[in-house]
Design a protein around this ligand. Structure first.
Ligand SMILES: Cc1ncc(COP(=O)(O)O)c(C=O)c1O
Length: 490
């Protein structure tokens, strides 16, 4: 593809084309300075791919909306339509009271008591990230985030011209001593981050969960240094094994001796993963002074979130326990799909890769031979195999780190497609290794005898030397952890 063709590639949903560099130049002097540093989220490209029937997409953050009973959807919409004038009217910026009551129920299921007066209903959780940045970030202000971080937060952070310090996670989430070192270093420069951004449960994209000890310590550190924490928790209820852990919000509230109401944690929740992203409904629970500012910023953004979908949610929650039964159903479905992806990864990625073992959520983070760049691999995989994933670079602000990793969604598509999608990526890896001329490197199993790989049919399986490819670890590890532990040991 020529660079012009690349630029002309289609936008989300396949509608329209991207402007060329020449077309952009005409408007250049009009654009605000902040747009210069803005990067397109990998999500934008990925959403376009989900529209293409020939591509198996393991890329998006999509839940499986086909699981919602159509007859229930129809009935709830009919109920909403009986209140036409209200549904079609503007609503309060902070959200409808009935929606806040539903949010109280979801938070209770997360083991977190809140006061509905501390809630603002938003247009998806994504809007919380945007509003928090709008409220707190001046150009050059520091945000501390995990590495890798949620790819969808990257364009928000860059739009507000934040400087983001990313802290490499290990299998227990963000190491708090590394956080403290970063905070000390910043303090020595006279800088104090505006907030610490974390996704403690089944992190997107890393798939790891912050341990209880680290949660407690993070809250202590925030309290010692008077720092705000943005706790992004879309997946907490989608736990497939292990015991639920308390939210940072509840730990902070307990630290102040309150039943509810943290004073340093801003909590982000969403209906997207437990019900539907199409509703575009999320929320923040925040200390009142912050809530006030979020509300002002939301007024400037969209006045209010859709009353139609807020009323849909209220009607849904009025169905005795239906929402919890649906979440339980999703848990079973996604657990099985996750396990299928584990099997497929073991079969098709083999010793050339390692990956996280999430206890919940939607994503596995796989790391390949460090010589493979997953951005290049994506182009190859899409064009020759018809399969997509999120390349690791999308989860790093510098756009360079994470280059041999990828995020894989196991929740959005049926088991057979998961198997096929992973097999296709396995073939693309073989091709990529072939293209790069890695002679002497052990080929992944897809390239081995008797399997449907394109590379080297008939070649004997490579011996496991315990070096090179086999040394790849699942997430960047700290020196004190068991570096290089193999997948079967975990
Ligand atoms: C960590 C995280 N935060 C926020 C969001 C935003 O979700 P939504 O705007 O659909 O609520 C997502 C979506 O994938 C996410 O994974």
């Amino acid at each position: 593809m020529s660079s012009q063709e690349m630029e002309r590639s289609s936008t989300p949903g396949g509608r329209g084309t991207r402007p060329t560099a020449h077309e952009l130049a005409r408007y250049e002097s009009l654009f605000a300075a902040r747009t210069r540093g803005m990067k397109s989220s990998a999500m934008r490209e990925m959403m376009a791919l989900t529209e293409r029937p020939d591509v198996i997409s393991l890329a998006g953050g999509l839940p499986d909306t086909s699981t919602f009973p159509p007859e229930l959807y129809e009935r709830l919409m009919a109920e909403v339509s009986l209140q036409t004038a209200r549904a079609l009217q503007y609503g309060p910026t902070e959200g409808m009271a009935a929606t806040a009551e539903c949010i109280v129920q979801v938070m209770a299921a997360e083991g977190t008591a809140i006061d509905p007066a501390d809630v603002i209903v938003t247009t998806g959780g994504q809007q919380v990230i945007d509003l928090v940045c709008k409220t707190l970030i001046d150009p050059g202000d520091v945000i501390v985030a995990e590495a890798p971080t949620y790819p969808g937060a990257v364009p928000s952070f860059s739009a507000y011209q934040a400087e983001v310090e990313q802290i490499e996670m290990d299998s227990d989430g963000m190491p708090i001593d590394a956080l403290e070192e970063t905070l000390d270093r910043l303090a020595a420069q006279g800088r104090r981050p505006k907030f610490i951004y974390t996704i403690p449960n089944f992190q997107n994209p890393g798939g790891v969960t912050m341990s209880l000890a680290r949660r407690r310590r993070l809250v202590e550190v925030a309290r010692e240094r008077e720092l705000l924490v943005l706790e992004d928790n879309p997946y907490g209820l989608l736990r497939y094994e292990g015991d639920p852990l308390p939210t940072l919000y509840s730990l902070d509230a307990a630290a102040v001796g309150r039943d509810s109401a943290s004073d340093l944690v801003i909590y982000l929740g969403t209906f997207s993963k437990i019900l539907s992203p199409g509703l575009r409904l999320g929320w923040a629970v925040a200390p009142r002074p912050v809530l006030e500012k979020l509300n002002l910023c939301k007024q400037g953004a969209d006045l209010c979130s859709s009353p139609v979908t807020q009323m849909f949610v209220s009607a849904y929650f009025a169905e005795d326990g239906a929402w919890l039964r649906h979440v339980e159903h999703l848990r079973e479905l996604y657990r099985a799909r996750r396990d299928v992806m584990f099997e497929a990864l073991a079969e098709h990625f083999g010793e050339s890769a390692d990956w996280t073992r999430p206890e919940g959520g939607l994503f596995i983070w796989a790391t390949l031979d460090e010589r493979i760049d997953t951005t290049d691999l994506l182009a190859l995989a899409r064009n020759t195999e018809g399969v997509a994933f999120v390349p690791g670079r999308a989860a790093y602000m510098d756009g360079r780190s994470g280059s041999s990793s990828m995020r894989l969604n196991f929740a959005g598509i049926p088991e057979a497609e998961i198997r096929e999608g992973i097999a296709r990526i396995g073939r693309a890896i073989s091709q990529q290794l072939g293209l790069l001329g890695f002679l002497g490197s052990p080929p992944p199993p897809a390239a081995r005898e008797g399997e449907a790989g394109e590379a080297a049919p008939g070649e004997p399986p490579a011996p496991d030397t315990g070096e090179g490819l086999a040394d790849v670890v699942k997430l960047p590890r700290r020196p004190d952890s068991a570096r290089g532990r193999r997948r079967q040991d975990r």
